[in-house]
Design a protein around this ligand. Structure first.
Ligand code: NAP
Length: 163
C-alpha cells in the first residue's frame, strides 16, 4: 500500500523555503501517528527540512540523484524503482511525505491520500501538484482538527481512497 501524507492551505501551498508555512502541532502529531504505521519516503530537499533526522521509530527512505549522499540512520535510494523494490522486500506500507516531485512521481500508483487542509492562506513557494486528479479517489473520511491556543488554524483531516 502506498499513501501520500501532507498538509496544504487553501491554495495547495505546502512549503516555504525549508520550513512549513504554519505552526500546527496537532497536525504534526497526526502526521506522526500515520507515518509510524510503515516506512516513510521523502525527497532529499524535504528530508533536509527535518531538524532532527532521521525521524525515530520508522524507516526513513530518502530519494536523491546523489550516489554518495550521506544520511546517517536513513536508507538512501536513487530511483523510483528502488523505492518500489524496498516496499516489496520489506513488506511495509509506504508513506510518501513529499515534496512536490515525489507526489508527481507516484500519482499513478498511490492508493491512499492523507490530506490535511488548513482553512487559511499563507506565503510560500512549494505546492502540492495543482493539477492532481482526484477523480480516481473517493473521500472516505473528513474530520475537523482541534483549534486551541496552540493550534490556531481551522483544519480538516481527510482520507481519500482509490475507488
Ligand atoms: N506541508 C507538507 O505536508 C509538506 C510535505 C513535504 C514537503 N513540504 C515542503 O516542500 C518543500 C520541498 O519540496 P520539493 O518538491 O522542493 O523537493 P523534494 O521533492 O523534497 O526533493 C527534491 C529532490 O528529490 C530528489 N529527486 C527527485 N526526483 C528524483 C528522481 N527521479 N531520482 C532521484 N532523485 C530524485 C532530488 O534530490 P537531489 O537534488 O539530491 O538529487 C531532488 O532535488 C519544502 O518547502 C518542504 O517544507 C511540505
Amino acid at each position: 500500500m502506498l499513501a501520500f501524507v501532507w498538509a496544504e492551505d487553501e491554495n495547495k501551498l505546502i512549503g516555504k523555503g525549508d520550513e512549513l508555512p504554519w505552526r500546527l502541532p496537532a497536525d504534526v502529531a497526526f502526521f506522526k501517528k500515520v507515518t509510524m504505521r510503515g516506512d516513510m519516503v521523502t525527497g532529499r530537499k524535504t528530508y533536509e527540512t527535518i531538524p532532527k533526522r532521521p525521524l525515530p521509530g520508522r524507516r526513513n527512505i530518502v530519494l536523491t540523484t546523489q550516489k554518495d549522499y550521506d544520511a546517517p540512520g536513513a536508507v538512501v535510494v536513487n530511483s523510483k524503482e528502488e523505492i518500489l523494490e524496498l516496499e516489496e522486500k520489506n513488506g511495509e506500507d509506504l508513506y510518501i511525505i513529499g515534496g512536490e516531485s515525489l507526489f508527481r512521481m507516484f500519482e499513478d500508483e498511490v492508493d491512499e491520500l492523507y490530506r490535511t487542509v488548513i482553512h487559511d492562506t499563507f506565503e510560500g513557494d512549494a505546492y502540492f501538484p495543482k493539477d492532481f486528479d482526484y477523480e480516481p479517489f473517493e473521500r472516505v473520511k473528513s474530520e475537523k482538527g482541534p483549534v486551541d491556543d496552540k493550534n490556531i488554524y481551522e483544519h480538516t483531516y481527510e482520507l481519500w481512497r482509490r475507488k
